[in-house]
Design a protein around this ligand. Sequence first.
Ligand SMILES: Cc1cc2nc3c(=O)[nH]c(=O)nc-3n(C[C@H](O)[C@H](O)[C@H](O)COP(=O)(O)OP(=O)(O)OC[C@H]3O[C@@H](n4cnc5c(N)ncnc54)[C@H](O)[C@@H]3O)c2cc1C
Length: 416
Amino acid sequence: MTASLLLVWICTAFALELAVGVAVVLVRRRRRLALAAMSVAAPTPANAALAWAGWREFRVVRREFEDAAQTQCSFYLVPVDGVALPDYKPGQYLTFALDVAGSADTAPPRPITRCYSLSDRPDPLRYRITVKRVGPPPLAQSLPPGVASNHLHDRVHEGDVLRVRAPAGRFVIEPDDPTTPVLIAGGIGITPLLAMLNWWLAERPDRPIHLYYGLRHSREQAFRPWLEQQAAAHSHFHLTIACSRPDPGEEPGRDFQHLGRVDVELLQRTLPAGRHRFYVCGPPAMLGSVPPALRGWGVAAGDIRIEAFGPASTDAPEALTPSPAAPESGAASFEVRFARSGRTLAWDGRDASLLAFAERHAVVVDSGCRSGSCGSCETRLIAGRVDYARPPDHEIAPGHCLLCVGTPRSALVLDA
Ligand SMILES: Cc1cc2nc3c(=O)[nH]c(=O)nc-3n(C[C@H](O)[C@H](O)[C@H](O)COP(=O)(O)OP(=O)(O)OC[C@H]3O[C@@H](n4cnc5c(N)ncnc54)[C@H](O)[C@@H]3O)c2cc1C
């Protein structure tokens, strides 16, 4: 009896162990299959790659709204090839090739290119971007809303694959700067500054850093809990939220620190004495007012860095101080021949760029960021010379030019 009981007990224990073993194997296999289905191999830092050339596929593994109004959405991206990501400099951006649905249901998707700043500090496993949904301009509500941002918000889901160019851009935090960084953000311009801030707090925790974040009302504030946590945890991080049109019920001290826009008076009143390096990213109104006011306050041009999310990049401090070559290209008249379109036109200095010039004359050319970043408008220069107010971020191929930030320095023949 005792022997048979012992036998039953041994058999039960063995069967249980077998069942647990099978379950563990099944769970592991299921997890492996799920990962394989997502094609997300865990990147191996040992494989850490240098920046890649051309387009690379990334899978969206997470989406998350960052503001109460749900107009700013973060996308977490993991490389499909599973190879670790190269380090980037906080402040840099990624360029995306998006296949956006045509206007009619039957129309084929059309490719468009847009840039989005990396909104977190470097991580070998994933990238994060944060995209604001762009509506029609306030005074032209009948125009279609922003193509790429609405496509990302409405059509790009977890599991989808996007084509991405390697991090680029010169708007980056100086890692060993003895001066104090002052980050000035307007609206969605927070994104590259957030990458800088996050990096600084992790790598330079004992050094001061200031963030001035301009908004209309605090519903627009992205990453609010994270910013408040960081300000509470780091005594060297000084956060000032400036609201120009707070909602009823929003309270100074709790929802914002300054009523009004970020301007130089606010900076003069709140920054400690000493040398600072200013990083400004925001809408055209901010980029048009803050950098010149900083120059007026006596800040050296080299201590002001700006990033524009569009054509306003011509407002860069360098452009505010004209170089000897600048008036020549603006004022002179040149013949510009678009060889493929068979058009010869007179450049009279009226347009801000060759792209604007081409568009005004209905010459069809590709374009993307309109700020010298993405390279979509790169065009073969058959003859002549093109000027740039400042070196574009995009590395121009030999014998080519960038239409969106270029102006003629001589008569031109373009392969367009
Ligand atoms: C280096 C860089 C970094 C960037 N980083 C970010 C970032 O981190 N987050 C972010 O959200 N954005 C960022 N941007 C901006 C981003 O690249 C896009 O420009 C933005 O998302 C708008 O693109 P869209 O295709 O949605 O809008 P578009 O389709 O380009 O439209 C823009 C506006 O033009 C209006 N419009 C449409 N038709 C006309 C017309 N006929 N005439 C006049 N106006 C018209 C639209 O209604 C809209 O208001 C960055 C840009 C650069 C250059």
